[in-house]
Design a protein around this ligand. Structure first.
Ligand code: PMV
Length: 288
C-alpha cells in the first residue's frame, strides 16, 4: 500500500490578531510553507520535526489502527506564530483520513483539527486552522459557526523576520484578557483597521501603512517586545511598505510587506537576524 500524505499550510496574520478572540474580524494568509505528514503502513518509528511530549501524544492519539511509520516534516519555524500547530493538525487529520480511505467532510475536518488545536492552545479562535486548511487569504470571524470568506489572491511578497524567541499564545491571550475592558476601544480600532486593510488587500502601498498602524495598536495592548519593535523599524527603514508583529506576540515573527525583498534580507543578514521570503499559498478551490 502506498503512503497516506496530508499537508497543512502555515500562516501569517495580516491584521486583527487578539481582537479576533473577542469577535472582531481578522485577515490571515496561508503561506507557501507548512507541515507534511506521511503515514506508511509498515512498522516504523514516529519521526517528529522536534521532540516535544505534547506533540508526540497528539500524534499517537490520532494514528489509525495498525502499524504505521510516521514521518512529520515542517518547513515552518516552530513556535513563532506562523500557525505551526494548526498546520500540523491539518496535515495529521488529512493523512489519517487518507490512510483510512475516508472522504473528509470539511465540517468533520474542522472539528477534528479544532480538538487538536485546543490541546495546544486552550481556546483558539480557529483563525489558524481556517487558513491552514484552505490556503489563500481569508477574512475570519470566530463562531460558532465561524465566518470564513476567501479574498482575492495577492501577488505581493512578504519578508518574515524571526525574533529568535518563541511566543506563547495561551500566555499572551490571557495577558490581553486581563486588560479588558479598559483596552476594548483599542480592540475595536484593530477591528476597524481590518475592514480598511481588506479593501486594499491587493494594493501593497496602501496596505502597508495599515499593517504598521496595526503594530502600533498591538504595542498599546502590550503584546509587542523591544525586539519585535526593532525588527519593525529595521524593515521600515529598509524600504518596507509596512511591517507588524504577526500572531500572539511576546516573541515570534514580524512580517514586512515589500516591493523588493533584497534590502531587508541584506539588513537582516548583517545583524544576524534569520529572515526569509513568503508568498500566499494557492487557495483550495474545493472548499466552500
Ligand atoms: O498562535 P498565534 O501566535 O498565531 O496567535 C493566534 C492569534 C491570536 O489572535 C493571538 C489567538 C487566536 O486564537 O486567534
Amino acid at each position: 500500500m502506498s503512503p497516506a500524505i496530508g499537508h497543512g499550510h502555515g500562516k501569517l496574520i495580516l491584521a486583527g490578531e487578539h481582537a479576533v478572540v473577542y469577535g472582531h474580524p481578522a485577515l490571515a494568509m496561508a503561506v507557501d510553507r507548512g507541515f507534511t505528514t506521511t503515514l506508511t503502513p509498515e512498522p516504523g518509528p514516529l519521526q517528529l520535526p522536534v521532540e516535544d511530549p505534547r506533540l508526540r501524544a497528539v500524534v499517537q492519539d490520532a494514528l489509525p489502527e495498525g502499524g504505521y511509520k510516521v514521518q512529520i516534516e515542517s518547513t515552518l519555524p516552530l513556535g513563532r506564530g506562523m500557525g505551526s500547530s494548526a498546520a500540523l493538525a491539518v496535515s495529521l487529520v488529512r493523512a489519517v483520513a487518507s490512510a483510512r480511505g475516508e472522504q473528509l467532510d470539511p465540517a468533520v475536518e474542522w472539528e477534528r483539527v479544532f480538538a487538536i488545536e485546543q490541546r495546544f492552545h486552550g481556546t483558539p479562535s480557529g483563525v489558524d486552522q481556517a487558513v491552514s486548511a484552505r490556503g489563500g487569504v481569508v477574512r475570519f470571524r470566530r463562531g460558532p459557526p465561524p465566518e470564513i470568506t476567501a479574498l482575492p489572491h495577492p501577488d505581493w511578497e512578504v519578508v518574515v523576520l524571526d525574533s529568535g524567541k518563541a511566543g506563547d499564545t495561551r500566555t499572551m491571550v490571557d495577558k490581553v484578557r486581563a486588560l479588558r475592558p479598559a483596552i476594548d476601544p483599542i480592540l475595536s480600532a484593530i477591528g476597524a483597521l481590518v475592514d480598511q486593510a481588506q479593501a486594499v488587500l491587493t494594493a501593497p502601498r496602501e496596505l502597508g501603512p495599515l499593517l504598521t498602524e496595526n503594530h502600533r495598536l498591538l504595542q498599546q495592548i502590550g503584546v509587542s517586545t523591544p525586539t519585535l519593535d526593532t525588527l519593525v523599524d529595521l524593515a521600515l527603514s529598509a524600504g518596507a511598505h509596512g511591517a507588524k508583529l504577526s500572531g500572539a506576540g511576546g516573541g515570534g515573527v514580524v512580517l514586512a510587506l515589500v516591493g523588493d525583498p533584497a534590502p531587508i534580507l541584506t539588513a537582516a543578514r548583517e545583524r544576524g537576524i534569520s529572515a526569509f521570503c513568503c508568498r500566499a499559498a494557492p487557495s483550495d478551490p474545493e472548499l466552500p
